[in-house]
Design a protein around this ligand. Structure first.
Ligand SMILES: [Zn+2]
Length: 403
């Protein structure tokens, strides 16, 4: 515990105790022992025994509607500092007072649910929040936000969909924009998360081989958020698996309109679809168009691969070295080295082999994806960012670093 916490604690308790004493005087005269508890707490504090101090302060501060805010603030402070057990005790202590007005009981309930979430006691938190969303109109949306957090971390997608649907902003009858939530500035729109919940369910159906059901769920994802890149990519995979190659191509090419930075994630499936359709020329044209409009290293590599198949290794190597001069990339370099190795023998080939090992190691050491919202970086594409808990904000890193 640091000095700041205790400065806050002493100030908060002093004010709370003063308020408590004032109102106690108004009603009864039986609270003469409050100061002694308060000074005992201060003693613990000066002796460097913070645990005893917190407990003495909790006992010293009478609970009534005037001191409630102080209790709640103290509990929240302890929770934020990781002292969840104490926070739970403070908030439970509040709920043991039958005299508190209902809105304040609800507020204490909400804080207790937050303590349980911090302690990982999700079942208990869920029960409290389910009651609270029914009983308290003021705390309904806050309760639903926390329920969503719980269902998301437990991967209970049907429940998450149900709660998120209730949280969607109501459409105004006049057709205007729905009012923004006051604290929603840094929060993702619920519709974006909702689309991903449908995608998660679709993933489960796809793994069970229920392609038609997966397709319906992906359509629902796109209804919630027509910019959902993940739904389009998955639709492409599901349609490909079902043998509907034209539908698959249509879904995958939609990604270019939704967010061109995700085009590289579609190339592998597109290539398989066009091969089935016997139209590799259409793929080449499409990839070249994409490269011209939204250049990226994976597109350079894809076009180089097409060139190698159509015109041979020399043409591919020449194209790659021209592209690398404009946009240096490690993966491009690795591919260029391997193309050159095919053409050489002896000592030169050995040296190129060594170079390739080094470049591969550089690639392996660097993260390939990063969250645009919080900066979390990783080797693989995750749709859910573990850092900031946003959906669809992780993208391939562009530029010379890895791609
Ligand atoms: Zn993030």
């Amino acid at each position: 515990m640091d000095l700041l916490l205790f400065a806050t604690l002493v100030a908060a308790i002093a004010i709370g105790w003063f308020l408590g004493r004032r109102s106690a005087h108004a009603h009864t005269a039986s609270h003469a022992d409050l100061p002694s508890q308060y000074y005992r707490g201060l003693n613990y504090l000066l002796d460097g025994r913070p645990d005893g101090a917190v407990d003495a302060f909790i006992n010293a501060l009478e609970v009534n509607s005037e001191t409630l805010e102080t209790h709640i603030a103290l509990g929240n402070l302890l929770r934020k500092r990781g002292e969840v057990d104490r926070a739970i005790r403070i908030h439970q202590n509040l709920l043991a007072r039958p005299s508190l007005p209902r809105p304040q009981v609800h507020q204490a309930h909400l804080e207790l649910a937050r303590d349980y979430i911090s302690a990982g006691l999700l079942d208990r938190a869920e029960r409290l929040l389910l009651d609270l969303q029914k009983e308290s109109p003021e705390q309904r949306r806050a309760s639903q936000r926390h329920l969503l957090e719980i269902y998301q971390s437990e991967r209970e997608w049907p429940q998450a969909i149900e709660v998120a649907t209730q949280l969607l902003p109501r459409k105004s009858l006049l057709g205007g924009n729905p009012p923004r939530e006051p604290d929603g500035a840094s929060r993702q729109p619920v519709s974006v998360a909702l689309a991903h919940y449908y995608c998660e369910l679709a993933c489960e159906r796809q793994a069970e081989g229920k392609l038609a059901e997966a397709g319906t769920l992906l359509q629902q994802a796109l209804t919630q958020d027509k910019q959902c890149v993940r739904a389009s990519i998955m639709q492409g995979e599901v349609e490909y698996a079902a043998g509907n190659y034209k539908q698959a191509v249509k879904a995958l090419r939609r990604v270019r309109q939704q967010d061109p930075e995700f085009i590289p994630e579609t190339i592998a499936t597109l290539r398989k679809c066009y091969a089935e359709l016997g139209d590799t020329r259409a793929l080449r044209t499409y990839l070249k168009d994409c490269l011209a409009a939204n250049p990226s290293a994976p597109l350079v590599l894809a076009v180089a691969e097409d060139l190698r198949t159509a015109e041979g290794g020399d043409a591919a190597a020449e194209f790659l070295s021209r592209q690398l001069a404009d946009r240096p990339s490690l993966r491009g370099l690795a591919r260029l080295i391997s193309l050159q190795m095919d053409e050489t023998r002896g000592k030169v080939r050995d040296n190129l082999g060594l170079l390739q090992v080094l470049v591969d190691r550089l690639i392996a050491e660097r993260p390939a994806y990063r969250c645009g919202h919080c900066g979390f970086a990783g080797r693989q594409l995750h749709w859910f960012c573990p850092g900031c808990k946003h959906w669809g904000t992780i993208k391939a890193i562009r530029g010379t670093r890895v791609d």
